[in-house]
Design a protein around this ligand. Structure first.
Ligand SMILES: NC(=O)c1ccc[n+]([C@@H]2O[C@H](COP(=O)([O-])OP(=O)(O)OC[C@H]3O[C@@H](n4cnc5c(N)ncnc54)[C@H](OP(=O)(O)O)[C@@H]3O)[C@@H](O)[C@H]2O)c1
Length: 358
């Protein structure tokens, strides 16, 4: 009988070590979770999509741009580290695309934070179907390739990058974007993606899509900045229930390869002074106040924080109007080499540039 008390003790010792291991793992997860919560300086608001889902109101752009040598690629996992840092300071939405060649590192950065306890359901990933996969049966295959690249088992939003279909050799394909949309609907039905939408569609193309689709597009992603406020297309898309995402939001304020030197504007300087913000923050807030989800891209830690730190002030209605008047109808993404394609969405120009893809 004496041994009775010791048995449980011995048993307790052995059991307690076994019991402590999952407890320690659990504690570690909780500590990491708390640490990541503490590092999160900004609580990102969300916008509601027409399919009932929610999207964080600002996304980090992950297209690294191009220079005279072509598309810029991440070196030494720089983008992976930008993504993890971005999650630490509050970003929850990442914009990538098959053609950017950044899906892999976006996925790596997210995976690193998931291992630390961030929940997948708190992260929103947008990626895009490239033009060479516009046949209906190619869409889910392309999306599966994007999933493999990111290491995710679904993406939150899949966008048709352009209404323009191309063959593998980049010659024009006459595949109708409505056929491509059927493929987007298939991918949605298969559960590979939560929400679907389009990018670089003009109003007529969007209207045709809305009239012909079974699953309505939830999002329109277009270029929007002070030199291209897109007031009419934004109003149309919003009236038809779409959320607009604005790409290249910083417009002429920042250096862009092949574009004129960066330019500041008096009204932006004045408002920056009034609100104690930078001109970049004023522009990003101008988008948010127009119910547009901006997609600023940066690889600089200080700018990551600057660009998300815009949810503690609001512009007046007349201030929004004053920024709208900076419109010069300037597009920084103008693939005029496709301008003879039947589904080219923009106005044609006199001297189209040669295709960088051929
Ligand atoms: N759907 C489409 O067809 C399409 C087309 C274009 C872009 N996009 C998406 O939109 C994203 C953003 O577009 P974007 O990269 O063209 O333009 P952007 O975000 O307006 O500008 C990016 C440039 O601004 C600099 N920058 C960032 N924050 C800054 C700040 N606070 N102050 C000063 N400079 C700053 C960045 O440099 P650092 O990195 O050195 O900071 C980079 O050179 C892309 O990454 C991509 O995800 C989509």
């Amino acid at each position: 009988m004496r041994s009775l008390p010791s048995e449980p003790r011995i048993g307790n010792k052995t059991n307690s070590r076994a019991a402590r291991a999952p407890l320690a793992a659990m504690l570690r997860t909780v500590i990491l979770l708390l640490a990541s919560r503490l590092a999160t300086s900004v609580e990102l608001p969300k916008v509601k999509l027409n399919d009932g889902r929610e999207m964080p109101a600002l996304a980090l752009g992950t297209y690294l741009g191009f220079n005279e040598h072509g598309i810029i690629r991440s070196e030494d996992h720089q983008l992976r580290d930008v993504v993890t840092r971005a999650i630490d300071v509050g970003y929850r939405h990442f914009d990538t695309a098959a053609v950017y060649d950044t899906e892999g590192e976006v996925g790596e950065g997210i995976a690193a934070k998931l291992r630390e306890g961030v929940r997948r359901s708190d992260i929103f990933v947008t990626t895009k179907l490239w033009n060479t996969h516009h046949k209906r049966e190619q869409v889910s295959v392309a999306l599966q390739q994007s999933l493999n690249a990111t290491g995710l088992d679904y993406v939150d939003l899949y966008l048709m990058h352009w209404p323009i279909g191309l063959n593998e050799d980049y010659s024009y394909s006459d595949v109708d974007f409505l056929e491509t949309w059927r493929g987007m609907e298939d991918a949605h039905r298969l559960g590979l993606v939560r929400s679907i939408g389009v990018s670089n569609f003009n109003q007529g193309q969007l209207e045709r899509l809305l009239n012909e689709s079974r699953v309505k597009p939830s999002v329109l992603q277009i270029e929007v900045h002070p030199q291209l406020p897109q007031t009419s297309l934004v109003s149309y898309a919003r009236a038809r229930g779409l959320v607009v995402m604005g790409y290249s939001p910083l417009g002429a304020l920042v250096a862009r390869f092949g574009a004129p030197a960066p330019r500041s504007e008096g009204v932006l300087q004045e408002l920056a002074k009034k609100y104690g913000k930078t001109e970049a923050q004023i522009i990003l807030r101008w988008l948010v106040d127009r119910n547009i989800v901006p997609i600023p891209k940066t690889v600089k830690p200080n700018r990551l924080e600057e660009n998300i730190n815009i949810f503690d002030f609001k512009l007046e209605r007349d201030e929004i109007q004053r920024i709208n008047t900076l419109n010069t109808n300037t597009r920084f993404t103008l693939p005029s080499f496709w301008q003879n394609h039947p589904y080219y969405p923009f106005e044609k120009i006199d001297n189209p540039i040669p295709s960088p893809f051929s």
